[in-house]
Structure formats: C-alpha cells, structure tokens
Design a protein around this ligand. Structure first.
Ligand SMILES: Cc1cc2nc3c(=O)[nH]c(=O)nc-3n(C[C@H](O)[C@H](O)[C@H](O)COP(=O)(O)OP(=O)(O)OC[C@H]3O[C@@H](n4cnc5c(N)ncnc54)[C@H](O)[C@@H]3O)c2cc1C
Length: 473
C-alpha cells in the first residue's frame, strides 16, 4: 500500500508538519496540497504591510515553493482537496487542469479558518474587504496607495497584478469603516490612521477586544480615541450600502458615508471538507487528542481548524493563533515520522498592539468563564510602574489576575501598558502551564534593574495584592 503523509493546507500548521516529518524521516513521501498560490505567509503581518511599516508584500513570505521542494516535499499549489474518504484512505484533489485521487498513509487537515461576514448585509459590494488573504492585503494597500506609486507590490513567486491594477488607479479612500473591534479591527485602525484616513470603528459590545477583559478594553478605548479613531461602541452595523460599490455604513447609531469597509467580525474553522467524517466540537473545529489525532484513524488536524486541550480547564477549546498552529503541526510531523510528540496545551495567550498601547491576555480572564469551568473566581486589577519610578520611560501598567478562591490556583491574567507590557504576559502564561498558585507566582525570582523593571515587577505586584485578598477569604 502507498504510504505518503498527505497534508491539506500549505501554511503554518501544514508546512511545519511536512517539514518536520521530512527532516525526521527523509525516506517518507510527503505531499502538500494548497488551494491558493500562496504558501508559508504571515497573516499576522498584513496590517503592518497595509500601514506601510512592512515595505513589500514578499516580506510577509517565509518559505518559497523552491525551498519547500529543496526539503524534498512534494508541494502542489493551486490544488484544492475537495473530498476525503477515510475508508479507502484517499483524498480527491481538484487541480487547475485535472481531478485525481491521492492515497494517504497519514493525513493532516490544516485548512485554517475563514473570515465571517454574516449577518451583515452588503459585504459583497466592491470596496468591502475582510483581512484573511494575501490578495486582500494587496488590494487594500493598492487602494490606499496614490495612483502613480509603484512601491510595495513585489509578491515573489505569486502574482497580484490583477488585484493591484484594479485598485491602484482609483482615488485613494478618505473615510473608512471597520466593522468589529477584535484584534484585526484594532490593528487595522492603526494602519488606516497612519495613512491619514478618517477611521470609524464599530463594536457591538461596550468595549473592543472582549477576550482581553474589561481593564484592557478600557485602556484600548482610550488609546483608540487618543489616536483619533471615531469609536462607535455598543453599536451594531446593520448593513453596508451602495449601488454596486460601497457608499455608506448603516448602523444602530445612524449612517456614515465611507469609501472602504473592513469587516473583522470573527472567523470560523474551515472544516466543511471533513465535518461529515471526523468529530467536531461545539466551536465547529475538529476535536483532537494530545497528539493531534482526530476521531478517525490516521487522520490528524492542527491549527485554526482544530480544537486543543486548554491548560487551565483541561477541556477542548478553539483558540486560533499562530504559535498554536506551528507548534501542533511540528509535533504531528514528528509523530507521523514515528517518534510521537504531544502537541501541547493552549492557554489562549495573545498579545495586541493598539497604537502605542501593548496588551496581553492568557488563560481565563473573566469571572463568568471561570465559573462555567467550575472554579470560584477571585480577581484583582492593579496599576504599577513598568520601571523604577525615577528611571525615564516608566509607564503605568495595568495587570489583572484571576485565581480560584478555594485552591489559590492562578487561572489567568491580562496586562496593558505602553512600556513593554505585552511581553510580560509570558510570565503569567508560564505560571499557568506550571499550574502555579498565586502565592507561588508571588515568589518567582523575576529580574530587576531600574531600566527594565521596578523591584516588584507589575505581575508580582498584582500577585501580592490578589494573594492578600485570597488570604482574607
Ligand atoms: C490579519 C490577521 C492577523 C493575525 N495576527 C496574529 C498574531 O498577531 N498572532 C497570532 O498568534 N496569530 C495571528 N493571526 C492568526 C494566525 O495567522 C493563524 O492562527 C495561523 O495562520 C493559522 O495557521 P493555519 O496553518 O492553521 O491556517 P492558515 O494560515 O489559514 O492556512 C490554511 C491553508 O489551507 C489552505 N486550504 C484550505 N482548505 C483547503 C483545501 N480544501 N485544499 C487545499 N488547501 C486548503 C488555505 O488556502 C490556507 O493557505 C492573525 C490572523 C490574521 C488573519
């Protein structure tokens, strides 16, 4: 029987798995199918490409098709896997010129996620974008670039001529609407403001970036307002309206004329291909075990299309992020090469830049989610300096920690501040992975010198205050 390792999807999870498998077992046949022209690209850098901080589109590309081939991986771009048959262990592939069946020994589903637009009406109008493809990034940047400029569109092995030509000769937009105040919306607000556009950001709830909790959300509101973003909070966008081309956004607080709309209201796991064959969770993402195995023998799943075990709750959760995809893919590559490696758990650790404000979150950060997971939560928010008070650059850093009242175990935390705040969340993430209590966190031997931190790092200050309250209960 033919025994290739077949991978569906040629980005973070898929190519990490293919590369690791080939490195560990050079004799194994490894075949990757990617439906688009793009492979190994950085979604995460697209807002900064549009802002202009990242100069060229090909700066966002990591491995080229030639480098993948050099690794001995049989890569097929422009090939969509349209069906899988676990019984005969084959996938059906639609290439540009032909359709064929591909047998597999092991199969990895690494199909990622797709941007949501429903239930907002009018998202099919011209000049309405989502930010989930390199082509969209090229189109938005072309739209924002003055007609006579040639810069920024080198796309390496891919071709964006058509999409760039369509937008580059148009008058650049002056007013934009961002629908959704999640991390993509906030990052895009920074990109649009940097290009001098009047920027309206709509968020259905009271604060942006809900997964970062209230204390961070409040600081993000201040940061966006200070940067001149027109915030429409507690406001639902009902439709995007116009004759063929977008003309205005209609929301519960009225209508605004806009030239471009960016819809960032969330994503869904891309699992239509496999949903009838493998078990999926409530999130719609594929259920996996500690080695990335699905409910079907020989079929693995990783990245934005898969659930993973949560560090704190121990249950399957869907948290689609970059490291999660790369790490799980790499571990699966090693496993199918014959040396089983766990994919690791997730704590939902995420960081975000909202103009000058840096934000971080990890674990369970709100009381309701903690209660749902069976804990009795106690949380505390403190504001502390980022460096010694007398040292230049000291900035207010807001830390929230959440713990279980009964055991004192740390459940999660958030952070916001303008002086290297985001990276401090890694201390909290490490504490979660180690299952530390608040008093154990408080006793960590963290580094101190005036240019970097006060004697008591802001995370330690929060742990001390929360620890005191736990002692009193
Ligand atoms: C604008 C933006 C900013 C982001 N910023 C961050 C950040 O700062 N930090 C962070 O941790 N994460 C960030 N992310 C998320 C991160 O990019 C994803 O978690 C990561 O790319 C997931 O990798 P993946 O391989 O699972 O999926 P993807 O990168 O989506 O790759 C899946 C691939 O599968 C292909 N495919 C799908 N179906 C088929 C099929 N049937 N046949 C063949 N090919 C198929 C797709 O074309 C795609 O190339 C960001 C995402 C976006 C959109």
């Amino acid at each position: 029987m033919s025994d290739p390792f077949v991978v569906i999807g040629g980005d973070a999870a898929g190519l990490s798995a293919a590369s690791k498998c080939k490195r560990e077992d050079p004799d194994r046949e490894v075949v990757v199918y990617e439906q688009s022209e793009w492979i190994s690209y950085a979604h995460c850098g697209m807002p900064y490409y549009i802002k202009g901080e990242v100069e060229r589109l090909d700066n966002l590309l990591s491995l080229s098709p030639a480098e993948v081939a050099e690794r001995g991986i049989d890569l097929h771009r422009g090939h969509e896997v349209v069906d899988i048959d676990p019984e005969s262990q084959t996938v059906s592939v639609q290439g540009p010129d032909e359709a064929f069946e591909q047998p597999y020994g092991d199969l990895l589903v690494a199909t990622g996620a797709r941007a949501l637009t429903a239930p907002i009406e009018g998202t099919d109008l011209d000049d309405v974008f989502t930010m989930h493809h390199m082509d969209s990034a090229a189109a938005v940047r072309a739209f924002l670039t003055p007609p006579d400029s040639e810069e920024g569109f080198d796309a390496g092995y891919a071709d964006v001529t058509e999409v760039v030509e369509e937008y580059r000769n148009r008058d650049p937009p002056e007013t934009v609407a961002i629908v959704g105040g999640g991390y993509v919306g906030v990052e895009m607000a920074e990109a649009f403001r940097a290009r001098g556009l009047e920027t309206h950001l709509y968020q259905r709830s009271e604060r942006p970036v809900p997964p970062f909790g209230e204390a961070v959300g409040d600081r993000v509101v201040d940061s966006l307002a200070e940067a001149g973003v027109d915030l429409h909070l507690d406001t639902a966008v009902e439709s995007l309206a116009g004759e063929g081309r977008l003309e205005r956004v209609e929301a519960t607080d009225g209508a605004v004329d806009v030239d471009l709309a960016l819809v960032g209201i969330g994503i869904r796991p891309n699992t239509d291909l496999v949903a009838d064959h493998v078990e999926c969770g409530d999130s719609g993402a594929i259920t996996t075990d500690d080695y990335g195995r699905t409910s079907v023998d020989g079929v693995y799943a990783a990245g934005d299309c898969a659930e993973m075990r949560h560090t704190v709750t121990g249950t399957q959760e869907w948290v689609p992020l970059g490291l999660t995809a790369n790490r799980a893919g790499r571990a699966i590559g090693q496993t199918v090469a014959g040396d089983p490696e766990p994919v690791g758990a997730i704590a939902g650790t995420a960081v975000l830049k909202a103009f000058e404000l840096e934000c971080g979150r990890t674990g369970i950060v709100d009381d309701d989610s903690a209660r749902e997971a069976g804990f009795d939560p106690l949380s505390e928010t403190v504001t502390a300096g980022s460096r010694s008070g007398y040292y230049p650059g000291n900035a207010e850093t807001t830390v929230t920690l959440v713990a279980d009242r009964e055991t004192g175990r740390l459940l999660g935390g958030t952070i916001a501040g303008e002086d290297r705040a985001a990276i401090r969340i890694d201390t909290v993430a490490t504490a979660l992975e180690g299952g530390l209590t608040v008093s154990e966190l408080e006793r960590l031997d963290l580094a101190y010198a005036p240019p970097f931190s006060p004697v008591w790092d802001p995370v330690l200050v929060a742990a001390k205050v929360l620890g005191g309250r736990l002692d009193d209960t």
